[in-house]
Structures are given as C-alpha cells and as structure tokens.
Design a protein around this ligand. Structure first.
Ligand code: ASP
Length: 442
C-alpha cells in the first residue's frame, strides 16, 4: 500500500470512530472518553504530529530558499517569479471571493433569516495592511526565525542567497553544504510524513468527535453554500486556470496533490503543510526548487482562496440574517478587503475568522455575527485549508511552467517521488563514519 492509501484509510477510520464517539454521546466533559481518549490519546498524537510538521517549516524554507536562489542560474528570474506568483495569488483570491459572493447572494436570500441567537464572538485585532508591508523586513533575524514569521524569513533567506552569489567562488563549500542540508531536510519530511497514518487517524477522530452536528443542521444553508463554493473553486476555477496557463494534465495534478490536501485537511494549517506541499510539487510534480522554494511558503502566507470564499459566503449570510443590505458597493469593498486581508493572514487554524472581523468592521456588519458561525468553523477550516494549499500548488505549477522550470517527465510519472522505505543503506553509514573519523584524526 502506498503512503497515500494508508493515510486515506486512516482518515476514513478516524471519521468513523469520531462519528461513533460523537453520536453515542459518550464524549461528555469529565467522562473517560473525553479525558483520556479524545482529549488525551488523540489529542497528544495529533498535537505531536502537527508540532513535528511545524518544526520542519523554518529550517526547510531557509535551506531550500537559499539553495533555490543559488540554483536559479539567472538572478533576474527571481523578480519575474515573484511578480508572476504575486499577481496570480491575488487574481485567484479575487476570483474565489467574487464567485463565492455571487453564489451566496443568489442562494442564501431564498432561505428566510433564521432565529439563531445568543452567540458571542470577541473581536481580535487584525493587523493594518501598512504594517504588513513594513514588517516584511525583520529588525532581528533571530526573532523572525524564532517566531516563524514567514515573510521575514523569505526576505532574509533570499537576501542571504543573493549575497552568497556576490561572494562568488569562495562560497562554493557553503553552497554545497546548504544543498546537502536541503536534501537532509527533505528526508526529515519523509520521516515525519511516514507517521501520518496514525496521526491523521487521531486528528480526524478528535475533530469529528467534537463536531457539533446539531449546529451543523441549524446552519445547513451556510455550510452547504460554502462547501459548494469551495468545491467549485477547487475543481472548476483552479483547474481551468491550470489548464489555461500551463496546459498541464488536470487528472495527474489532482492525483498528486492529494497528499498535500490530506495534510492540509487534517492540520487545518497551510503553514504546517508547507513541508508536504514543497515535497509534492518538487519531488512528485517535478517543479524546480528554484521556483517552488519561493512560491510555496509565499503562497502559504499570502494566498488563501478558501479563506476568501468563507469570508464572502459568511458576509452574505450574516448580512442576510441581520437584514442588512450591502449593495454592490458593499460587496466590492468585501472583495477588496478580503484580498488584502489574505496577504496579512498567517496560514494557521482559525485565523480566517479573525480577518473576517476586519472585513465586517469595514462594511459595517455587526462583528458579533461571527459568533453565529463560530461553532461550525472547525470542519470548514479543514476544507478551506485544503483549497488554500491547492491554490498554492496550482500557481507554483503555472509559474514553473512559464519559466520552463518544471520537469514534464517527472510530472507525468505517477510513481515519481512516492515515499518508499526509510532505510539507511550500509554504504552511506560506512562512508560517513569514515569521513567523521578522518576529520577527528586530523
Ligand atoms: N486555516 C487556514 C489556513 O491555514 C486559514 C484560515 O482560513 O483560518 O490556510
């Protein structure tokens, strides 16, 4: 069985066990299942796994970006990769939210405002857009790395890569070392990914066990419209864009992106999924690291099609419940705000709702309305994060194709980059032991 099949099986099993726990009603606070199984075992395994993925993100992005800059050949390419990916990320987000608003505006008003009341939401501060720009430059590199500030890490790593190019020949050994570290980090991704079946089972069983099905039923219009809009974007808009701009085969893409989607779904975090997305586009789809090392972490930070779709549908839904007319101007403001908001939003669970409050303030919708959809957000967050990550991969492929930085043979080979065994061969052990001993002796 391939790893993907194992993870898919684990996912299904997790959903079934989660459903059993949820529907049997044994997951009550203070009870054994709640304390030791769902909040204990499942939580521990799931959290350890997500932490392990997050552990990989900063060093992986650092080494792969520097090696990407060193391997790009012509440094001017960096500017064109940056511009193209930024433009495409903004374009896909704008299309996403525009379709979401249109769909929601047609469907939702058919269902009269329901009588859901009583939910509360404490508004959190969303960062102003000007801050986002200024903050791309780290005032303290160690702090940027320690806090995992992705845009700052990208900025510094690219600058360091360019500076190493300026050093020239003397930097050769460092360049080789960085390349080796990049390869080692990729192996570390393989190690962490290989425990995914157990972790994905635990994450899904926990999420489903804790889902409020009664809430889902109450908010069925919102949930259904949102899921339809997300699926439409995933299988419709994004695939049309992929075909149109890159002529790559859609079914191969969908087959290979599955790993990244599953990881995004289970972790609800584009950031934690960066290692898997990066591995998928480079090893499985054949995108050169010089493009992917930039577009993937960049996309995980600024590109959130799924989140924008949620914001569009939520705006229409809540405006409708409160009986507030937004009009064309209001909706245009929502589109603009959501696109801007997605730039400053980190790819972590639940952050889309925080940014939604910023959108609401701009168009004059009651922020406490967000409380109404809070209860069902966990499941929707998982789905929209998969859409976010797929968007990152589509743009990465399109940009790579236009720069002629994708190996089409690898893309077309369904077995390319599949994780097989994690064994270390005796020859490597022997060679490296000899190297270490030689250095020690000298
Ligand atoms: N969880 C999403 C992500 O990581 C962001 C959000 O919509 O809350 O991409």
């Amino acid at each position: 069985m391939t790893l993907t099949s194992k993870v898919l099986l684990a996912m299904a099993l997790g959903i079934v066990i989660g459903l059993l726990i949820n529907l049997s009603g044994i997951n009550v606070e203070g009870g054994f299942t709640h304390e030791y199984i769902v909040g204990g075992l499942f939580d521990i395994i799931g959290t350890m796994f997500i932490t392990a993925l997050k552990m990989l993100v900063v060093p992986l992005v650092f080494f792969s970006l520097i090696s990407g800059v060193l391997g790009i050949g012509d440094i001017r390419k960096l500017g064109s990769v940056g511009l193209k990916s930024f433009g495409l990320y903004m374009l896909t987000t704008a299309i996403a939210i525009a379709t979401a608003i249109s769909l929601a505006a047609i469907v939702i008003p058919f269902f009269t405002a329901s009588s859901i009341t009583g939910a509360t939401f404490t508004e959190k501060e969303a960062p102003p857009i000007s801050d986002v720009l200024v903050n791309i430059i780290p005032d303290n590199v160690i702090h940027a790395f320690a806090s995992g500030n992705m845009l700052q890490i990208i900025f510094f790593s690219i600058l360091l890569g360019i500076s190493l190019l300026m050093v020239g020949k003397k930097a050769q050994h460092i360049a080789e070392g960085i390349e080796v570290m990049n390869e080692a980090m990729m192996h570390m991704v393989n190690i962490v990914m290989s425990i995914a079946p157990y972790a994905v089972f635990a994450l899904l069983a926990k999420a489903v066990a804790e889902l409020g099905f009664d809430l889902l039923a109450q908010l069925v219009v919102y949930v259904v419209v949102l899921i339809v809009a997300l699926l439409f974007h995933l299988f419709g808009t994004l695939m049309v864009l992929l075909k149109l701009f890159s002529k790559l085969n859609i079914s191969i893409f969908l087959n290979k992106i599955r790993d990244a989607q599953i990881f995004a779904f289970s972790t609800a975090s584009s950031n934690a999924t960066i290692p898997v997305t990066l591995r998928t586009v480079t090893k499985r789809m054949g995108v050169d690291n010089s493009v992917a090392s930039f577009t993937v972490p960049f996309g995980a930070t600024i590109n959130m099609d799924g989140t924008a779709i949620m914001q569009g549908v939520a705006t229409v839904f809540i405006a409708n419940i409160y009986g507030i007319e937004l009009g064309i101007g209001g909706y245009l403001t929502v589109i603009m705000m959501s696109v801007l908001a997605s730039i400053g939003t980190a790819g972590v669970p639940g952050v889309g709702l925080i940014m939604l409050s910023m959108v609401f303030v701009q168009v004059g919708l009651p922020v406490e309305g967000i409380g109404l959809i809070l209860g069902v957000d966990r499941l929707l967050d998982m789905i929209r994060t998969s859409v976010n990550v797929t968007g990152d991969a589509v743009v990465t492929c399109v940009v790579a194709k236009s720069e002629d930085e994708i190996d089409l043979a690898t893309f077309g080979d369904l077995n390319a980059g599949l994780i097989k065994s994690l064994e270390i061969d005796e020859e490597s052990e022997d060679t490296l032991a000899k190297v270490v001993h030689k250095v020690e002796e000298s």
